[in-house]
Design a binder for this molecule. Structure first.
Ligand code: ADP
Ligand code: MG
Length: 289
């Protein structure tokens, strides 16, 4: 394809997306390599400059685990779910808010845009309540497990984000919620991004992760387009498992509540965000109603 053709292919999309809100979740694994993170931030800043309202939400699981080990504390997981005791919550807050969020805000500044870091307690952005006991099967026995200081989102107050967007800032949100008594709770970042996209009435929700998209059972190919009912069936059949489940449940909720489409894209490959948005074919999985 000639260079001018590439630009001409992007043009109608640039027109269509102008002024629209996009929520981008950056996965924990996509943030371990600073070069990858920088590419993602460059893309986000470019979107801002073509007139989109960009909101970033980040995870941080791998870095939290690393920091805990460095501090001599062994992370506890039950069936893949992290148990967040008081000390874990404090470390998670330090890593998410103090390090990752702040780092992303600085990177955005380096790329020539302005960002403001937020977590769920800023402007009551993410009101959560402690999650119920989880029923988890270990072998044949079902156990009731208390995940600790982990929350599910009850209410989103997106006003602070609207204010920042109106003033041209890129809000960067850390997935920490606050309960009605003022206590912090750890929130799954995929869920936080989806709830935020829904509350903002976003046009698109993007999940940048470490695989090319939603894959089939033997992981030999990705689906470029999926409908809600297809995803439901894939979860039921055990084709979608682990960390992909909260992503897709979030995407389903967002798309079911008016977000036009949700995308799962490999954030580890350069400029995939732009390719998915501005080319006819796309590169990852697009989920729509
Ligand atoms: N059907 C599927 N297609 C692709 N990936 C899947 C699927 N089911 C489960 N996964 C897993 O989900 C992972 C992505 O989720 P996760 O590890 O939580 O990453 P992130 O840090 O982006 O949240 C993939 O690396 C993959 O192992
Ligand atoms: Mg995850």
């Amino acid at each position: 394809m000639k260079r001018e053709d590439v630009l001409m292919e992007a043009l109608p999309y640039i027109q269509k997306f102008h002024g629209k809100t996009i929520v981008i979740k950056i996965g924990g694994h996509a943030m371990v390599d600073p070069n990858i993170l920088e590419t993602v931030i460059q893309d986000a800043v470019l979107l801002r400059y073509v007139g989109m309202k960009v909101v970033l939400v980040h995870g941080g699981g791998p870095e939290i685990t690393e920091k805990m080990k460095a501090m001599g504390k062994e992370p506890k997981f039950v069936a893949g779910l992290r148990i967040t005791d008081q000390e874990t919550l404090e470390i998670a807050q330090m890593v998410l808010v103090g390090k990752i969020n702040d780092g992303i805000v600085s990177l955005i500044a380096n790329c020539g845009a302005r960002a403001v870091g937020l977590s769920g307690n800023d402007g009551n952005l993410l009101i959560a309540r402690k999650m119920d006991l989880q029923k988890i099967k270990i072998g044949d026995v079902e156990h009731e497990v208390d995940l600790g200081h982990v929350g599910e989102i009850e209410e989103v107050d997106p006003r602070v984000v609207h204010c920042l967007l109106e003033q041209g800032y890129i809000p960067v949100v850390a997935p920490i919620g606050i309960d009605r008594s003022g206590k912090s709770l750890n929130i799954n970042a995929d869920t936080a991004a989806a709830e935020l996209a829904t509350a903002l009435g976003a046009f698109k929700l993007f999940n940048l992760t470490d695989v090319d998209g939603v894959m089939n059972a033997d992981r030999s190919r990705i689906y470029h387009r999926l409908k809600l009912h297809e995803v439901e069936a894939m979860i039921e059949d055990g084709i979608i498992v682990g960390g992909m489940i909260p992503k897709l449940l979030g995407c389903m909720k967002a798309v079911g509540s008016g977000v036009t489409s949700a995308h799962i894209v490999n954030g580890n490959k350069g400029h995939n965000l732009l390719l998915e948005l501005f080319t006819d074919e796309g590169v990852g999985t697009m989920l729509s109603v």
